[in-house]
Design a protein around this ligand. Sequence first.
Ligand code: PMV
Length: 325
Amino acid sequence: MKATAKAHTNIALIKYWGKRDDTLILPTNNSLSLTLDGFYTTTTVSFRQELKQDVFYLNDEAVTGAAFDRVTVFLDLVRSMAEKPDLFAEIKSTNEVPTAAGFASSASGFAALAAAAARAIGLDLSKSELSQLTRQGSGSACRSIYGGFAEWEQGENKDGSDSYAVQVAPQNHWDIRVAAVVLSDKTKRISSREGMKRTVDTSPFFDGWIGSIPSDLKRIKEGIAARDFTVVGEIAEANCLRMHATTLGAAPPFMYWLDGTVTVMQAVQAMRSEGIPAYFTIDAGPNVKVLYLPENEDVVLQKLRHIPGVQNVTSSKPGQGITYL
Ligand code: PMV
């Protein structure tokens, strides 16, 4: 009763921002992401009769507290699906996320955990069933089941049975690149969970955000199919700005950006006016991800690394979906 799975993180080009059910993790809008090859988690789960509770090691260190609770609550779901409520596991995870790459590890972490745990306990899940299960650990993780471009369909059912990701285009469809630009972050971050909730509950801009999604999604999928970098980049950048605009309307208002965030955004726009196609996107934090084409890699990375305040720049290609080792 042991299995090992590897999952890569993903970056949303159309953001998931808002929940309609906090417990089942059901979103208020569809989202669309690109899975990245540079950052991944490998997890081995062994269910053993002799264990009296779960044990979780991350990068060889025993994990306790809130991070452990989140994992064990998630494994309760797996146990209940398999009808083995008293079977506990040893979980060993390794995060291959370059230090300070500015990615949360929850997407690759929960995707690898869900895949390894389901297989180890003997559940034979389809990709959509695995995505549905993964979603309940971390929303954005449900997109990491697939390589390349994936869309998380919000679904309508109250029980979440139609809320899971599907593949939009495979890893080898199109070689576009993403640079993760890390800035010094001295401020305390508002978690995506808290940020989304406050926005849904209080921001008058939230309806505008939701209203803008269907056309963004339609156009970006056309852009991906046609490998049209301008279309994909323009929509991703505008979608990210609209997501962040909702936070400014919340009560109390909040903002994820630092001075350096705006400096990088302006540097990316300056690249475009010099004829270098590059676009930015930003998640619930100060760090910036920059989309560019392989032929511009040297110039884009060099320019990003020279921006004052930038700590680290790591580049990534499209990545693969779940694999079992
Ligand atoms: O799944 P979470 O709780 O890590 O939330 C992710 C939210 C964003 O990163 C801002 C957007 C997204 O779709 O990944």
